[in-house]
Ligand binder design. Structure first.
Ligand SMILES: Nc1ncnc2c1ncn2[C@@H]1O[C@H](COP(=O)(O)OP(=O)(O)OP(=O)(O)O)[C@@H](O)[C@H]1O
Ligand SMILES: [Mg+2]
Length: 174
């Protein structure tokens, strides 16, 4: 039996007197695609942020890829597309992916290879020299998806992955 990708036990988050997540117990196996559905304000984003070590749980425990929440070695193996990405809009698509590759500690050869592979994959190769401030909402979402996959992550968190995407894009349109 392999180590679960995600495991939580009674994770809870309170903001002041309000409980945003009321005891999340969950196990997701490696190789599984797990969709997290719920009404607005249900606590989906807060749960993801707790798993990523961005929000401290009020109580409960969890593990990613067998390591306790917040473990830096495990986080280096993870990709993340935030719900509200603060893009560095003055960068070109190329520069944006290069920056994230550098932040991930990738060597320049694999970084450039992966950058080009992902720009192709999300259908933005022809816009590689354009600044992100000129991108439409869906184009920003696609470059955000590429960013989340830069480090060949073992586990990817996509918060609202289809937001802004058209019905048909990249290879799906070919
Ligand atoms: N930093 C914060 N401070 C105070 N309250 C917060 C904070 N972040 C989230 N909340 C509250 O926690 C609850 C859960 O919010 P969260 O963003 O996790 O919901 P969600 O399920 O992702 O919603 P949506 O579908 O709209 O993205 C909401 O009531 C929200 O107002
Ligand atoms: Mg959300």
């Amino acid at each position: 039996m392999s180590i679960p990708a995600i495991k939580t036990e009674n994770l809870r988050k309170e903001f002041g007197t309000q409980a945003a997540v009321k005891g999340l117990t969950l196990q997701v196996e490696q190789g599984e695609v797990f969709g997290f559905l719920g009404p607005n304000g249900a606590g989906k984003t807060t749960s993801i942020k707790m798993l990523l070590g961005l929000v401290a749980p009020t109580s409960g425990t969890g593990a990613l890829l067998g390591a306790p929440l917040g473990d830096r070695a495990a986080l280096a193996r993870i990709g993340f597309l935030p719900e509200h990405f603060r893009f560095q809009e003055w960068l070109t698509a190329n520069e944006f992916l290069e920056l994230h590759g550098e932040l991930l500690g990738m060597d320049s050869r694999s970084l450039y290879l992966r950058r080009d592979e992902l720009l192709e994959r999300v259908g933005l190769i022809e816009f590689r020299h354009k600044q992100l401030r000129t991108f439409s909402k869906g184009m920003l979402q696609r470059i955000g998806l590429a960013q989340a996959l830069m480090n060949h992550p073992a586990l990817v968190f996509l918060d609202e992955p289809t937001s802004g995407l058209g019905p048909c894009w990249a290879q799906a349109c070919a």
